[in-house]
Every structure is written in C-alpha cells, then in structure tokens.
Design a binder for this molecule. Structure first.
Ligand code: TTP
Ligand code: MG
Length: 212
C-alpha cells in the first residue's frame, strides 16, 4: 500500500512548549488551544495546584488570555479526569508542567499512546540552569518541541535563562528549586547576563576567554 497522507493518519503525539520565564509559553499554549474552536476537537486543560499565581483553576497568559483549567496535585490525577470527562476529549493540555512530579512523563506517553494529542508548556531550566527534570524527560520523548526565547532584561539580547533576583531570594525561597513568583522575583536573562550560584557545576577553576 502506498504511504500517502501518512501524517493525517497519525493519532496521538506530544508537543512541548518550553523556554524561560517571560517568553510567552502560556500564551502559545492558549493560542494552540484557542485554535481548536475551529475544529470539533474537545480539550481539557490542567494546571498544578502548586501554581498559586493564577489563583487556581485558571491558566493565564501575559497577553490577557484566560482559560478555565482543572487544578490537580499529582500527575496521575490527570488520567482520572480524562476518563470521567462528560465529553470525549482529543486534546490534553498542561501548563506550568515543571511543577508536576516526574510521573507526568509516563502520563503523557500513556495519553499519546491512546491517541490523545498532548500539549505541554513549562520551564525547561530553573534559576540556576538546572533542568526541571519533569520537563526535560518529556522533551526527550516529544514529537514536537518549541523552545521560545524571551528578551534579556539586562542587555536586550535573546534570553533563555531565568534569573531569580537576590532581593526575592532573601525574602522568600532562598535557593529552593520551586519558588512561585513573577516580575518582582524573576527576570529573563541571556546566558552572559545570567548569574550562576557559586555551587553551580559549570564553574570550573579557570578558563581563558575566547576572543570575540
Ligand atoms: P512561567 O509561566 O514560566 O512564567 P511566565 O508566565 O513569565 O512565562 P510565560 O510567559 O512564558 O508563560 O512561570 C514560572 C513559575 O515558576 C513562576 O511561578 C516562578 C516559578 N519558578 C520556580 O519555581 N523556580 C525557578 O527556578 C524559576 C525560574 C521559576
Ligand atoms: Mg506561564
């Protein structure tokens, strides 16, 4: 049989939208969900209960889009909600995925293997350049990955890093990986304006800088 229109026959898959803070990840996720209104596809949108910024049960983007979401504590809870949804859904979307436990990767694979389209948005790196493992595991198995950039709030270059401001570190979470916050606590930075902690393993004793 000729392999024509093979893409059209594809059913479940995983799409990831990642990048630093202030890059428009939530905006891009909600844009993709919004497009579904032109199709017959139904969706469910999930956010982690840990994300207290949007007041729970809502996913918000910086451009003012706001969608109702189901706030769940554990990744595995997503499966229960999909099963008991009043309508059969085709798309499962997850925002702020970095806050979920590592089981989320298995959940995404299970959904995609059962023909769901899985859209995942979240931070790939924490403030010190460490991977958010839940996200990097999903990036490994995703069919499509979009890595968005922000603008460095120091020099204006493209930014892939998120800087946790010193003032916020003192007041709140110190160097814990999870510390909810917004513009009062974080900035988007390029690699060269981003500050690494003293303990960061990318710091080697000495290296002559390359000529620019
Ligand atoms: P994001 O949705 O990534 O931030 P955003 O809304 O600026 O990005 P976008 O426009 O691309 O959607 O939310 C990041 C959350 O994660 C925020 O509450 C701060 C928190 N956070 C940590 O807990 N640890 C970290 O190391 C970093 C960088 C952020
Ligand atoms: Mg966001």
């Amino acid at each position: 049989m000729a392999k024509v229109n093979a893409f059209g026959r594809q059913k479940g898959w995983i799409e990831v939208i990642c990048g630093p803070m202030f890059a428009g990840k939530s905006e891009e996720l909600l844009r993709r969900i919004n497009l579904l209104k032109y199709s017959e596809a139904k969706y469910l949108l999930f956010t982690p209960t840990k994300d207290t910024r949007s007041g729970g049960k809502r996913a918000k983007s910086r451009d003012g889009r706001e969608f109702t979401s189901i706030s769940v504590e554990k990744a595995i809870d997503i499966i229960g909600h999909v099963n008991k949804a009043s309508e059969i859904v085709q798309v499962v979307a997850i925002d702020e995925a970095q806050f979920f436990d590592e089981e989320l990767c298995n959940v995404c694979n299970y959904l995609a293997n059962n023909n769901y389209i899985v859209l995942v948005a979240g931070l790939d790196m924490d403030f010190d350049g460490n991977p958010f493992k839940t996200m990097t595991n999903i990036i490994t198995v995703a069919e499509k990955v979009t890595k968005l950039k922000a603008i460095c709030m120091t020099c204006g270059a493209e930014a892939s890093f998120s800087e946790r401001l010193k003032s916020a570190q003192k007041k709140q979470g110190g160097r814990d990986q999870i510390m909810i916050g917004d513009i009062e606590s974080y900035e988007a930075r390029c690699r060269h304006c981003h500050t690494l902690s003293k303990a960061n393993p990318w710091n080697f004793p000495k290296l002559r800088k390359a000529k620019v």
